[in-house]
Design a protein around this ligand. Structure first.
Ligand SMILES: C[S@@+](CC[C@H](N)C(=O)[O-])C[C@H]1O[C@@H](n2cnc3c(N)ncnc32)[C@H](O)[C@@H]1O
Length: 218
């Protein structure tokens, strides 16, 4: 007799910090964003300048809110994938996609070993995930992202700033994050090392979050 008990996929081996409490994740993000999580997703899609028909990958996609917002913007002709190394996150993201009748390909995978051929995507999104990776994994992950981007493609990262004041450090620690030794402002040199031809960093409307965009030569 076959058993139909749900067996989650195993998590890939990674030194990234996974979030296994997917059921609570959206509420925690909304709390940290002071009720503005939906606005954060809309703003990120705007900042990424997603165009209809683009092919997009969201790395460390978590429960998929940004991925689904990107699919809405990319439209019927756009192909959108999301990967996360935590199977629990991907299970929630798949449920959301089914509920919204949105065709997004969500997969359990680590950013440092992406299951896609070279030059597949126009855009890679990375939202609030880089600070979950130790330096060596960040370097591997950026190399993989560069590999799967098409010539002329872009990587759009929104992530935590390394706090530079005592108050900033206190907020980070109180929000459940250990002291951040590396922040979004430390990514541009790593992106250049990974092969990005041009890298541009800017602030966002959220003081704790910064934006970095890197372009592949093309
Ligand atoms: C703070 S969450 C961000 C989720 C989502 N991008 C968002 O904006 O809400 C960081 C995510 O990175 C995932 N993660 C950590 N290490 C990873 C790795 N090596 N590869 C892929 N995902 C990873 C975690 O499981 C978690 O879902």
């Amino acid at each position: 007799m076959h058993s139909h008990v749900y067996q989650p996929e195993p998590a890939p081996a990674t030194h990234g910090r996974l979030i296994r409490w997917a059921w609570l994740y959206d509420r925690v993000v909304n709390w940290l964003m002071l009720g503005r999580a939906r606005e954060l997703r809309a703003t990120t899609v705007d900042l990424a300048r997603i165009q209809p028909g683009e092919t997009i990958l969201d790395v460390g996609c978590g429960t998929g809110d940004l991925t689904l917002a990107a699919k809405t913007r990319a439209g019927q002709a756009g192909k959108v994938s999301g990967i996360d190394a935590a199977p629990e996150m991907i299970a929630v993201a798949r449920r959301k996609a089914a509920h919204a009748q949105s065709e997004v390909d969500f997969r359990v995978s680590a950013v440092e070993a992406l299951p896609f051929p070279d030059a597949t995507f126009d855009v890679v999104l990375s939202s609030l995930m880089m600070h979950h990776l130790p330096l060596a994994v960040k370097q591997q992950g950026l190399g993989e992202i560069h590999r799967v981007l098409k010539p002329g493609g872009r990587l759009v990262i929104i992530d935590m700033q390394r706090p530079t004041t005592l108050v900033g450090r206190a907020i980070i620690v109180l929000s459940g994050h250990a002291v951040l030794r590396e922040g979004v402002q430390d990514l541009p040199p790593l992106m250049s090392e990974a092969g990005f031809a041009r890298v541009q960093a800017s602030d966002t409307a959220w003081r704790m979050l910064g934006l970095v965009v890197g372009w592949v030569d093309g």
